[in-house]
Design a protein around this ligand. Structure first.
Ligand SMILES: [Mg+2]
Length: 375
């Protein structure tokens, strides 16, 4: 597969409601859309790296520059037979996992087109429909949170994940558990706690949570191992797992019993698949995490959620849960089950004019030259 042209569109997507986590509050999300061409084939992809370097050091701006300055010349016009070859070619440069993943996803997209297969078929997915879970950001008060959870359950979401942060944890979770004693409930700390908070985190065991996601800072795999040894609730790592090696090390040290899989965070779909297999071999739970993608990226994630080692509902917002966008269709589901079809792996009815209307930056690359740029 030789990709000979890529259109890169850096978008700002307005959220339907503010997204508040331990990192701060966002009213909009920035995402990179790439349209890859190989001869007559073309396909859109989305890689959401967020607008600021608060989730991880990389963000949409740095990913775009890394693509432009380092990775595009290693990728465009080269004949890659497998995605592993792309990972190998990119491995001369450290980090920049979202930039690497964005280009690798172009290869997967066009490979699916060439083989006339859906993404879930190409990667060995075993489900034709996948369960959607919802992530709920910090709300203004507990009453608003309970209302939001109630609405999510009525939609049919199979799992509810709450963002928590120091001071907005025990009492809030207790109230949720009292109201909804049986639901599949998880919490995500986004790295906001430290080893000084081990007692607070241990006290959450009584709430029968499905897991506690990323309690400590993203570099603190050893500290997570210390915590997992003293709490009953499964720790799930998100930000800490930025490569296959990180996953292998975290599992070997006993730092987690679950991993949130995100291809942008681990350097590409090829690496996500390897980590998925590693989790399966080691009886470690895994599921597909979201990065506030548009419905385009959410549908890609839905196909990944069909992998056989997925043990929990994935982050897959339905309908207008996050956005009301005019360039693509909303994600549809039946009782929060998303059906996977060949056409749904990436929404093919993207209105390109409307998409480009929302661009904050666009650039086109061909094998021979960079055509244009404007900001
Ligand atoms: Mg997370």
């Amino acid at each position: 597969m030789i990709i000979d042209r890529i259109e890169l569109v850096h978008l700002k997507l307005p959220l339907n409601s503010p997204w508040k986590t331990a990192y701060g509050t966002e009213d909009s999300v920035e995402s990179l859309f790439l349209k890859a061409h190989s001869g007559k084939l073309s396909a859109w992809t989305e890689t959401c790296a967020l607008s600021k370097p608060d989730y991880l050091p990389e963000c949409s701006h740095s990913a775009r520059i890394a693509i432009d300055q380092f990775f595009m010349e290693l990728f465009l016009g080269k004949d890659f037979q497998t995605a592993d070859e792309i990972h190998e070619a990119f491995s001369i440069y450290k980090g920049n996992t979202f930039a690497k993943s964005a280009l690798e996803l172009c290869w997967w997209a066009l490979t699916c087109k060439e083989e006339n297969k859906a993404l879930h078929q190409t990667i060995g997915g075993t489900k034709k429909a996948v369960e959607a879970g919802i992530a709920i950001s910090l709300q203004k008060n507990n009453a608003a949170l309970l209302k939001k959870i109630d609405a999510a359950l009525k939609t049919g979401y199979k799992r509810v994940k709450l963002k928590i942060s120091p001071g907005k944890d025990r009492e809030m979770i207790a109230e949720v558990r009292q109201e909804f004693p049986k639901i599949n409930l998880q919490v995500d700390c986004n790295g906001a706690y430290t080893r000084n908070d081990i007692d607070v985190l241990k006290s959450l065991d009584e709430f029968n949570l499905g897991l506690i996601e990323q309690p400590f800072y993203y570099t603190d795999i050893a500290d997570h191992a210390e915590l997992q040894a003293v709490i009953d609730t499964d720790i799930c790592l998100d930000e800490s797992i930025r490569s296959y090696h990180d996953a292998e090390q975290a599992i070997r040290l006993g730092a987690c019993r679950s991993i949130a899989l995100k291809m942008g965070r681990v350097g590409g779909l090829s690496q996500l698949l390897k980590i998925h297999d590693l989790c399966k071999q080691n009886n470690i739970g895994c599921w597909i995490g979201g990065m506030l993608e548009s419905p385009v990226g959410t549908m890609i994630n839905a196909h990944l959620a069909s992998l056989p080692g997925i043990t929990n509902a994935s982050d897959l917002p339905i309908g207008d849960e996050r956005y009301s966008l005019d360039f693509c269709e909303e994600v549809t589901a039946e009782k929060a089950k998303i059906h996977l079809t060949k056409d749904s792996w990436i929404k093919q009815d993207i209105d390109e004019d409307k998409l480009k209307d929302q661009a904050i930056f666009m650039q086109e690359y061909t094998v021979f030259l960079t055509i244009s740029a404007y900001e």
